[in-house]
Design a protein around this ligand. Structure first.
Ligand code: HEM
Length: 462
């Protein structure tokens, strides 16, 4: 099926989009969706194929699955499939005048200021930060014990992200209030907030107080930098030095908002991917042994981590990609249909919500052999399953809204598990956890405890 661009004429020319069965009056498919959205949406694909519709309460959704449908979804213009309308719940967190509060062209310009700060030269420094922060965590763990993996990955990635993506001064404040304020901002993302982001609930009031605290903290740091004529090489400084195409410099509040946008986009998602990667590696011992062999081969005895080394770790990289496939942190990407969209013989009506689901599409059996199996070698030659179709792997999105931090996130997960697996043997204390669909970012149900014991031999990083 191919998208036929062009002006729409009369509706009689088009076939009705097939509708998923089993919906209830008024509620539609809401209860099934709340129970297990991925099972419900996968059933829809099996029964109806690449394009079908369903209802959640009064809202009609249309799911696009498979490479051709993804291509149509990701290449639709903003005035047809619109992200801004869907992400309005982020405005109280990121703030006015940035990201989804402004026209897409201005958001592009704002995010564009950050691309230079993600180039290889900066990534060298980030690799050292990732290594250093993970080593500090490893040092703090002692000889043996137990930890809750999602909590540990969350705390670690807050430190890595605040230090590398924002600035050292914010990292220094993580334990002195920043983590709490960030947590209150995160709690502002909830189901009610999705529909009514300004409703004065206790969670929303804490969110708004936290937004003020963060703005004050970031503003103090920027003032101190200007006074000291200090120009560290980080995102905050890139934004302080930037100006819009009309020559206007960014205000402190805009800088705060853009930094929060990046932190929200990149931190929890990375924590969740790191968690799933650890869990999958721990139950695949032969593959885990290959990962450790690769670490030794790349870094030698008493090596030190580098961007070059991380790039050479393809065995580890394939494991991370396989976890992106099996456990994409964002299971749904949604757009509001502003103008009717033609797809093959169908027209997706305006007012409905279009979506793709990485979690559903990544397990389509004609794209990935034995799709429920953890098999990182599917990405190695000769299979290279991710290269067989454009947009078969969409855990980092696609098109104009594709993730700007993909490379950073992959490096981070690789660095974290390279250090932790070098220092410790781990075992999962429970059965392999199921996904928690109650959260915007889909991690495992918690708690999810690991036992660890320091390795006495075969270590590379001291
Ligand atoms: C495992 C970690 C990550 C995952 C799974 C992930 C996934 C995604 C996805 C699926 C999108 C597209 C959203 C959509 O189409 O609606 C996206 C966008 C975005 N990501 Fe990431 N991301 C991750 C890490 C990061 C990091 C580390 C950063 C920052 C360095 C980042 C910054 C962004 C930004 C700013 C956008 C919005 C781009 C736009 O709308 O133009 N992400 N990400």
């Amino acid at each position: 099926m191919t998208e036929l661009p062009g002006v729409l004429t009369t509706s009689e020319e088009h076939r009705a989009i097939p509708e998923l069965g089993g919906g209830l009056p008024l509620l539609g498919h809401l209860l099934q969706f709340q129970r297990d959205p991925v099972a419900m949406l996968s059933r829809g694909w099996r029964e109806l194929g690449d394009l079908y519709r369903f209802r959640l309460g009064p809202r009609q959704f249309v799911l696009f699955s498979g490479p051709e449908a993804h291509d149509a979804f990701f290449s639709a213009p903003e005035d047809q499939l619109n992200a801004k309308a869907v992400y309005q719940f982020t405005v109280p967190i990121f703030g006015r005048g940035v990201a989804y509060d402004v026209a897409p062209s201005i958001m592009d310009e704002q995010l564009g200021f950050l691309y230079p700060a993600l180039r290889d030269a900066a990534m060298q420094r980030f690799a050292r930060i990732m290594f250093d922060e993970t080593s500090q965590l490893a040092d703090s763990l002692g000889e043996e014990g137990e930890l809750d993996l999602p909590t540990a990955m969350n705390e670690l990635t807050v430190k890595i992200a605040s230090r590398s993506l924002i600035g050292q001064e914010v990292r220094d404040q993580v334990d002195a209030g920043f983590a709490d304020a960030y947590h209150d901002l995160q709690k502002g993302i909830n189901t009610l907030g999705f529909f009514m982001p300004r409703l004065p609930t206790p969670a929303h009031r804490s969110r708004d107080r936290a937004r003020v605290q963060v703005a004050e903290l970031f503003s103090r740091i920027m003032t101190a930098r200007r006074r000291a004529d200090d120009c560290p090489d980080d995102f905050m400084q890139s934004l302080m030095d930037a100006s819009y195409s009309d020559g206007r410099a960014l205000s402190d509040d805009e800088i705060t908002g853009i930094l929060l946008t990046v932190l929200f986009a990149g931190q929890h998602t990375s924590a969740v991917l790191a968690t799933w990667t650890g869990l999958e590696l721990l139950r695949a011992s032969p593959y885990l042994a290959r990962v450790r062999d690769e670490t030794r081969a790349v870094y030698g005895e008493a090596g030190s981590m580098s961007l070059e080394g991380l790039k050479q770790q393809v065995t580890m990289e394939h494991a991370v990609r396989e976890c992106e496939r099996l456990h994409p942190p964002l299971i749904l990407l949604i757009r509001k249909v502003l103008n009717p969209m033609r797809y093959g013989d169908y027209v997706v009506p305006s007012g409905s919500l279009a979506m793709v689901s990485p979690a559903v599409s990544h397990r389509l059996p004609h794209l990935f052999a034995d799709p429920d199996r953890f098999d990182p070698d599917r990405f190695a030659p000769p299979a290279r399953e991710d290269k067989q179709h454009h947009y078969s792997l969409i855990g980092f999105g696609g098109g104009k809204h594709r993730c700007m931090g993909k490379h950073f996130a992959e490096m981070q997960v690789k660095a974290i598990w390279t250090v932790l697996l070098d220092r410790f043997d781990f075992s999962l204390e429970t059965d392999f956890p199921t996904p928690n669909y109650g959260s915007w970012v889909t991690g495992p149900v918690t708690p999810c405890r690991l036992r660890y014991r320091r390795r006495s031999q075969g270590r590379v990083f001291g």
